[in-house]
Design a binder for this molecule. Sequence first.
Ligand SMILES: *Cc1c(COP(=O)(O)O)cnc(C)c1O
Length: 378
Amino acid sequence: MNKIPFLRPNPAMLSKAIEELRRIESAGIFSNFGPVNSTLEHELERVIFGGTGECVTVCNATTGLMIAMKHHLRDRLGRRFALMPSFTFAATAHAALWAGLTPLLCDIDVETWTSSVVAERELLDRFRDEIAIVVPCTTFGNAIDLAYYEWLSEEYGIPMVVDAAAALGTLCEDGRAFGTGYRSPIVFSMHATKVFATAEAGVIYCADREVSGELRSMTNFGFHGSRSALMPGLNGKLNEIIALMALLKLPDFEAAVEHRAAIAELYRRELPELTFQRLVGRRQAFTFVSALLPQGVAAARTELLAQLARDGIDLRTYFSPHLAEHPYFREVSTWGILPNTEEVARRIISLPLSDFMTAADVESVAQSLRRAFKCLAP
Ligand SMILES: *Cc1c(COP(=O)(O)O)cnc(C)c1O
């Protein structure tokens, strides 16, 4: 039987880049904004963001989020909340907590699974003077309306940081890469499990050069042109080896995103029993494919996953538990009512995806799921 893993990372192979590795060794520069990292930043700007704005690489997206959140706090002392959806990855809340903030968790839209505009406005009105930053998330790589968020940020006088960890490769309706031209920091991940696979890496995109310069200083202990700390900082720099992995990944990145979008489309066609995420924008970058189980099967989700595992198919349940269900975040966060989050988290499954996945694999997953549906909700 053909085993189908949940994910299969596909980073560039360093074993085939001996010449490039030798060049790093003879340059003798291994980190601290080295030449490979600088080339990578420029190439990301050019190839992905159409030559506008600036890319600041970081050692991972979580560190990027911490830095971007902390940057906004410098003139917002006394405000304690970071407004974010409860339906996101643990990293979003951890980053806020490391920046000294309390996550304020809001509900999601029942179709796009990104923050509900109504729930967000309700919390913004209720906690107006206590919210330091708004943190919209591009759930599973789905685009969000950044023009709306820029307006919201202006309207309430609250800055934003976007957790776009899974959205590198996502295209807006106008065909441009998600984030292009926006002045608020947008944080993307290049973790091994994401579409733009390296080992551990991230990038902060920002079209405001003053802000991106400060963010870069913050990745290097708050130094700027001297060895004196001028602002908060930590060590968030990307090293030359991983920068090389990222640079080598760039040429096949577009094809990987396209392949995954095509596989996601096949899943949709093969499994009309499932409710898929409503796509916003022209193209979503898929790390995996998420869908809601039919009402009658949702209660038996654990059994369903076990049954598929017996067929060699590995499913997950991102983001269930959602943040307000994690024991730690329950203790240290505040939240509004979360009916849509609870409904989506209760029914969600994450289907396998990788650059290597074929139409036949999708067919195997679909057959196995249909068999399980028959036996769990006869
Ligand atoms: C992957 C992910 C992160 C973390 O990215 P790292 O690069 O692994 O730190 C943060 N937020 C979301 C929504 C993610 O999917």
